[in-house]
Design a protein around this ligand. Structure first.
Ligand code: PMP
Length: 354
């Protein structure tokens, strides 16, 4: 009854959303603050009658707003139904050829191997260097059809500085695409979008889910050379002409245009990240340096699973990755000030003061 393709799938498992009780949810890197006030206004004023019509298939107004916010041309932008969908189009368009496997870091966003299996793309993982840092040398001089890195990386939270991303591009073959997945870049990194005019094989992928507080709307985008962007439109139009609905297009414009709200809320998240990181370090935890809205950290004398289970029994959800090399850690999303205080109290109860 099922295709061979289907039988070989190993789906991605997102962070749990249990319904058994009220949890403090610090497990899926959502933003603790609401989206820009203009988003509520769009929702209140949206004319339901407009839903009779299909949405603008290429979301021109939204792409224009994104282009303006990043100082690039509209032709260099494409949007999709969450960056997960954009990434799926990216894998289809650019990866998988006789040139070799796709390269990505040994520890990174665990959806990448899932897309590879889905599209039948060979891949090889490249080891991180000491301190869980992406090692550029490991990508050079080997057979590859392309490369993708998350920057800052997930779940480590560690940033590769822009100068290093450019060093990667300088040494990387011009006929192979380097994708930089910048889901968390707004929490302390400098975007590679400034390099897209210089490197026509660079594609930057971003999301509205984290720094723009719109995980529930499912909106992501790609920025790169027009040739790469046109390829993504061709993939989209071979799959779904209208991936972004009319309400979401308007919401996205409102969120993208409100730079004050964006700057204020991301600054609050970064401030809280420093507070929580410092408190955990003082309790003897090892906390990796984070440029994201989460911390990847390990407790003294306890593995990640025990911490995860202990916090869950306290009504606090964090994420544990049951993968060799990552088991000492939990990934803790930065919540509101109050949520983080409850987290730290919970940590004191289950792990102690160190
Ligand atoms: N890239 C990375 C590195 C992520 O952590 C996530 C969030 N799970 C995504 C992409 C996907 O985000 P979304 O589909 O919500 O835009």
């Amino acid at each position: 009854m099922f295709s061979q393709r289907f039988n070989q799938l190993t789906p991605y498992v997102p962070g749990e959303q249990p319904q058994d009780r009220q949890y403090i949810k610090l497990n899926t890197n959502e933003n603790p603050y609401s989206p820009a006030p203009g988003v509520s206004k769009v929702l209140k004023e949206f004319d339901a009658g407009a839903l009779r019509r299909y949405p603008d298939p290429n979301a021109d107004g939204l792409c224009q707003a994104i282009a303006e916010a990043h100082g690039i041309q509209r032709e260099q932008v494409m949007v999709g139904n969450g960056s997960d969908e954009v990434l799926s189009f990216v894998f289809f368009a650019f990866f998988g050829s006789e040139k070799g496997p796709l390269l990505f870091p040994e520890h990174t966003y665990s959806f990448y191997p899932v897309y590879c299996d889905y599209y039948g793309i060979d891949y090889e993982k490249v080891a991180l260097s000491d301190g869980y840092i992406i090692d550029i040398d490991g990508y050079m001089g080997r057979k590859a059809c392309g490369a993708i890195i998350a920057n800052p990386n997930a779940p480590t939270g560690i940033l590769l500085p822009l100068s290093e991303v450019e060093a990667f591009l300088k040494r990387w073959p011009k006929d192979r695409v380097l994708v930089v997945d910048e889901a968390y870049i707004d929490f302390g990194g400098e975007s590679a979008v400034t390099l897209i005019g210089k490197y026509s094989n660079l594609l930057v992928v971003r999301t509205f889910s984290k720094s723009l507080s719109l995980a529930g709307s499912r909106l992501g985008w790609a920025m790169g050379d027009e040739k790469l962007i046109n390829a993504l439109y061709a993939v989209k139009d071979s799959f779904n002409s209208y991936p972004v609905d009319s309400i979401t297009q308007q919401i996205g414009i409102a969120a993208m245009k409100d730079r004050d709200w964006f700057d204020k809320t991301r600054a609050m998240v970064m401030e809280e990240r420093e507070r929580v990181g410092k408190a955990l370090s003082e309790m003897g935890w090892a906390v990796l340096p984070s440029s994201t809205n989460f911390l990847f950290a390990s407790a003294p004398g306890m593995d990640g699973k025990m911490v995860y289970e202990g916090l869950k029994s306290e009504g606090i959800l964090v994420r544990f990755f049951n993968k060799p090399g990552l088991t000492p850690f939990v990934r803790i999303t930065i919540g509101s000030h109050e949520e983080n205080t409850v987290l730290l109290d919970g940590v004191r109860r289950i792990v102690g003061e160190g």
